[in-house]
Ligand binder design. Structure first.
Ligand code: COA
Length: 381
């Protein structure tokens, strides 16, 4: 079956930037479009239904897309770029959905063979130029299911400002999913509005300090229910469940992306088994707090000292070398927690003072917190 010529609106502008071009969809896009819609990542992060086939593809190209252009409700472009085999062709689709009053939402999917090459970032940049410069829009919004890091990076690269996580908002996969939201305004520079923070892997002799993964959850739950840990970490829920661990990891990712806090697993360098966790739970432009805990089986071997040393080195490393660039690292220790104090001293922290009633213990009493610090040796104060 061929498409009626009228199916493809004639007034779709062509927008180009180097190798990447936005244009009207055409019939030859169909095979790649269907491939893209059967891809597991596409299915995981979009409303495209499972079992997408040629019929759905034809209907999208010949009915939905032209209808969107005719009514102005949704301007969908095909993205064209050079494929890995050197040929040019369909690389994905980007859409601008009218939300009224000078506002629109973006949607985008790229063909799996062209992902991770900057094609979608360029395509979205072109779409935003069109939205603001040609259509005169004021604000464009991006929504994604929480955890869609590839999409978030594309939005970040194009100048969107992250707005937060909206609980159970996107209706996808038969349920309401937590959603990320970000916006870009016509006056915003179309480039990143801050650094793209990430959690590096830090290698020490016996431990690896690495991002937390789902496989760590059972060990996190074991450790978090340990009575010693419960005593000194009053913010940990009791009892601590697998759901808490999953939620903890999601919050860790969000906080790291905002550059607000960083948490890593301390893992055995040989087996990768989780031994504990080390974190920068708070930071300012000049200082970074360090926190740590160990699984009960891992205590007494000096693992936490190795991990803290690695994290302090990262905290002190300049920002342009991938570090945090802090002038000062500090720990806050309950005055009764002798083991934690010993770790702080072993890691070279020196007593700086006492924070009166700095923590409410689980039994409701107030703890004076000992503050110990290390200053960045790379900086000439
Ligand atoms: C989201 C999507 C369109 C991105 O397309 P793309 O062509 O790969 O985009 P780009 O190459 O311009 O940028 C993707 C960036 O995300 C990064 N990325 C990919 N997966 C990532 C992850 N899990 N964590 C962090 N970054 C990730 C890539 O490395 C790349 O960054 P880099 O250029 O610094 O290396 C594509 O992954 C896709 O089609 N996914 C399925 C559909 C979808 O999620 N659509 C968006 C719905 S809101």
């Amino acid at each position: 079956m061929t498409f009626p010529t009228a199916a493809f609106p004639a007034d779709v502008p062509e927008l180009g930037d180097g190798d990447v071009r936005l244009r009207a969809h055409c019939e030859t896009d169909l095979p790649a479009l269907v491939e893209q819609c059967l891809d597991p990542e596409t299915l995981a992060w979009t409303t495209i239904p499972a079992g997408y086939g040629e019929e759905e593809g034809r209907s999208f190209l010949s009915v939905l897309v032209p209808q969107g252009w005719r009514t102005g409700a949704e301007r969908t472009f095909a993205v064209e770029a050079t494929r890995p085999d050197g040929t040019r062709g369909y690389a994905g689709s980007v859409a601008l959905r009218d939300k009224g009053d000078g506002r629109a939402a973006v949607g985008f999917v790229s063909h799996p063979a062209l992902r991770g090459r900057g094609v979608m970032s360029t395509a979205l940049g072109l779409l935003l130029d069109h939205a603001f410069d040609d259509l005169g829009l004021e604000t464009v919004i991006w929504w994604a299911m929480r955890g869609n890091w590839a999409s978030r990076k594309v939005a970040w690269r194009c100048g969107f400002t992250f707005g937060g996580t909206v609980r159970r908002w996107l209706a996808e996969h038969g349920d309401y999913q937590d959603a990320w939201v970000a916006t870009v305004h016509r006056d915003d520079p179309r480039q990143p509005r801050g650094p793209w923070w990430s959690l590096p892997r830090l290698e020490a002799e016996r431990v690896t300090v690495r991002p937390l993964v789902a496989a760590d959850d059972p060990r996190i739950v074991e450790a978090a229910n340990d009575p010693t840990l419960q005593r000194w970490m009053p913010s940990f829920p009791a009892p601590y469940t697998a759901q808490h661990a999953t939620e903890f990891r999601a919050l860790v990712d969000d906080a790291a992306a905002a550059g607000a806090a960083f948490s890593w697993a301390i893992a055995d360098a040989k087996t990768d088994l989780l031994l504990g966790a080390v974190a920068v739970p708070r930071r300012t432009d000049t200082s970074a707090e360090i926190g740590y805990w160990l699984h009960p089986e891992a205590r007494g071997h000096g693992y936490v000292r190795d991990a803290v040393d690695a994290v302090v080195a990262h905290v002190f490393a300049p920002r342009d070398h991938g570090g945090i660039g802090a002038l000062r690292a500090y720990v806050r220790v309950d005055e009764l927690n002798r083991d934690s104090l010993a770790v702080a001293y072993a890691c070279g922290f020196e007593m700086a003072g006492t924070e009166r009633a700095g923590l409410v213990r689980r039994d409701g009493t107030f703890a004076d917190m000992l503050v110990l610090e290390r200053v960045n040796p790379l900086i000439d104060f």
